[in-house]
Design a protein around this ligand. Structure first.
Ligand code: FES
Length: 138
């Protein structure tokens, strides 16, 4: 995962205060969209921008990434949003919920670093993450 850098913009404005005007300056943080790369089974890469607070699955669906079906719409009840992470990202994302673990247990393509992308929240720290899409979604 890469380092996320927010873009900031310095804004200056004149504001009426008592009998006169004062100049105020403030810094506005522009939301920057973390970049996520989905890699299809054949190696085709799709780099998309995710929205902080949405799921990784949502970033794939909103950008028409093939291979992420998300049949249940993100309710953690279908496992058709399965992705495979590298060891580092898998550990950094923290533990799975019991429900996610159960769903992955039903999937024959589950690996040691599998996750359901609907259960991964896009954060600024995910900028640059690369995730593998399995050959088939079950
Ligand atoms: S979208 Fe169904 S489990 Fe993720």
């Amino acid at each position: 995962m890469g380092k996320y850098l927010s873009q900031t913009q310095l804004i200056e404005s004149d504001v009426r205060y008592m009998d006169g005007w004062i100049k105020i300056r403030f810094r506005q943080i522009e939301p920057t969209m973390p970049r996520i790369t989905f890699i299809e089974f054949d190696g085709t890469e799709h780099t998309v921008e995710g929205v902080v607070g949405n799921s990784l699955m949502r970033a794939a669906i909103d950008n028409n990434v093939p291979g992420i079906d998300a049949d249940c719409g993100g309710e953690c009840s279908c496992a058709t949003c399965h992705v495979i992470l590298n060891d580092f990202d898998y550990i950094n994302l923290g533990s799975l919920s019991e429900n996610e673990d159960s769903m992955l247990g039903l999937n024959p393509e589950t690996t040691q670093t599998s996750r359901l992308s609907c259960q991964i929240t896009v954060t600024e720290e995910l900028d640059g993450i690369r995730v593998q899409i399995p050959e088939f979604q079950f």
